[in-house]
Design a protein around this ligand. Structure first.
Ligand code: MN
Ligand code: MN
Length: 323
């Protein structure tokens, strides 16, 4: 038996404490294929804070998502045992202490054989997740959806904030630069030398103009060409245009549509993905209807379906779960 979302014929979608897609809350990762884990930490934010409230609101807005993907032709909960593992109690006052707690908890999840899907929090929290995964699996490939490169060196003398996690990940040997691609990059930069680090380490960039000119299918082919071997996905919600995703701390105009984002994540199916995260959702800046959290929850569903693509059916679900 695999865990299933609460049946919507028996329990209304707006009832009960919110878990991701109304899955059971399970603390012990043993026996899970995928663990949904929140990291409500925004102490690495440089501009508007508030992504510490992301995990709660994304869970809340995930209640409507039905359990079969028509576009990916997969019912993920028939193939993967998935549960909501709750939040990591990340200390809000110290980024180093937060990193230690996140690395330990994700490490335990990985050791138990479950793949983590992490809900941020700001983008700084990807680094301890990568530390835990690379400790087990070695250097990883990485696909990063983001408006920003997040490979800057430091901020106010600090090495850790949401603009530096992927420089640290390369320096620490957690990510292989030649298997690392960034998608959706745009906005004003500090200077052309912002990309020196990319040239030095062989990091591939698809900026927003390239993506819009050449199309989503081309971008997916590029991602699949670059990201070989065991890999991780990190999804910064600010890759999406603030017209679709205003609830974020560092908005950049001229981004992906919601539909571009869905198709890009679907395009990851078949890659060797060890886990992923979705970060930078800050509900306090969101528009009516919590549209940014709705989007984030649905992108997590697409990612889950992409993970399920290669897996065997182990539990046929009764189709009573229909809306
Ligand atoms: Mn980012
Ligand atoms: Mn960003």
């Amino acid at each position: 038996m695999t865990h299933q979302p609460r049946a919507s014929f028996k329990s209304p979608r707006f009832a009960q404490p919110a878990t991701f897609m109304r899955l059971p809350h399970v603390d012990d990762p043993h026996g899970l294929d995928v663990a949904i884990i929140g990291v409500p930490f925004d102490g690495g934010t440089s501009y508007r804070p508030g992504s510490r409230y992301g995990p709660r609101e994304i869970r809340n807005q995930s209640s409507l998502i039905r359990s079969y993907s028509y576009f990916q032709r997969v019912a993920p909960f028939e193939r993967l045992n998935v549960a909501d593992a709750g939040d990591i109690d990340a200390p809000p006052v110290s980024i180093e202490k937060c990193y230690a707690v996140v690395e330990e908890r994700i490490g335990a999840t990985v050791e138990a054989g479950a793949r983590p899907i992490v809900i941020g929090g700001d983008h700084s929290i990807s680094l301890p997740v990568l530390r835990a995964l690379a400790r087990r699996h070695g250097p990883l490939g990485l696909v990063q959806f983001d408006a920003h490169i997040d490979t800057w060196d430091e901020y106010f003398g600090g090495k850790y904030f949401h603009g530096t996690p992927f420089r640290r990940a390369i320096e620490e040997g957690l990510v292989d630069g030649r298997r690392f691609i960034q998608v959706g990059i745009r906005g004003p930069m500090y200077g052309e030398d912002d990309f020196d680090f990319h040239r030095e380490h062989g990091i591939t960039v698809i900026d927003i103009d390239q993506l819009k000119d050449r199309g989503v299918a081309w971008a997916i082919a590029e991602i699949r060409r670059v990201v070989t071997g065991p890999a991780y996905m990190t999804y910064d919600i600010d890759s999406v245009d603030p017209a679709f995703a205003p609830g974020t701390g560092t908005p950049e105009i001229g981004g992906l549509t919601s539909h571009d984002a869905q198709r890009l994540v679907r395009g990851l199916a078949g890659l060797t993905l060890l886990g992923g995260d979705i970060v930078e959702v800050a509900p306090v800046y969101d528009g009516p209807g919590q549209i940014t959290s709705v989007l984030a929850a649905n992108l997590m569903f697409e990612f889950l379906c992409a993970l399920a693509q290669g897996a065997e059916v182990k539990h046929e679900t009764i189709t009573i779960n229909r809306e």
